[in-house]
Unconditional design. Structure first.
Length: 73
């Protein structure tokens, strides 16, 4: 049940990011911009949620804090 709740939260958050980027027509993240140019929004949102899940997992297993990538700062 916990994984299902976490997955729903990640997809909901990713949909918000995708909707915001689509309305503005630009995003700081080049990966997201490329994906939005080539793929449907829902597919991009799920891919972004999976990307966020991998980041969360890596941070949790390594016990590190998130650092914003230099390109996005």
């Amino acid at each position: 049940m916990g994984q299902r709740d976490l997955r729903r939260l990640l997809i909901t958050g990713a949909m918000t990011v995708v909707r915001w980027a689509a309305r503005r027509g630009a995003t700081i993240d080049p990966w997201l911009a490329r994906m939005l140019a080539r793929k449907p929004r829902m597919l991009v949102a799920v891919a972004l949620a999976n990307r966020m899940a991998r980041i969360v997992w890596a941070l949790t297993t390594k016990r590190e804090s998130y650092r914003v990538p230099a390109a996005a700062a």
